[in-house]
Design a protein around this ligand. Structure first.
Ligand code: ZN
Length: 112
């Protein structure tokens, strides 16, 4: 979608953009140069981002795993537990989802 006229009011442009976003995008969002644009800001953050894959570097973030229980002992994790990661799966290069997949387990967990 291209906005071809600059004779529109801000409200009209907002309506066009809102319709575009609500109807679903049929194109990629690509900035005009590498590492140059942001979505949101430190004072106006997005509440959630959902994606199949997320690439890049995470700053100022907690790491959240889907697993709520230790894969060795089966006990539910609690605040303050020390954990380590075990490799669950390795996907070789050449696949879109290549990399090492890991799950948390208690440090030195013996399964009892
Ligand atoms: Zn455990």
């Amino acid at each position: 979608m291209a906005i071809k006229s600059f004779n529109r009011t801000r409200s009209e442009v907002d309506t066009i953009v809102e319709q575009f976003l609500n109807d679903g995008m049929s194109t990629d969002i690509i900035p005009d140069s590498d590492n140059s644009r942001s979505i949101g800001s430190s004072s106006n953050r997005l509440s959630e981002i959902h994606s199949a894959n997320l690439y890049g570097t995470a700053h100022y973030a907690d790491i959240v795993f889907q697993e709520k229980k230790c894969d060795i002992c089966g006990e539910k994790f609690e605040s303050g537990d020390k954990v380590q990661l075990i490799v669950n799966k390795v996907v070789d290069e050449g696949s879109e989802d290549d990399g090492s997949y890991m799950v948390p387990v208690h440090v030195n967990c013996d399964g009892e």
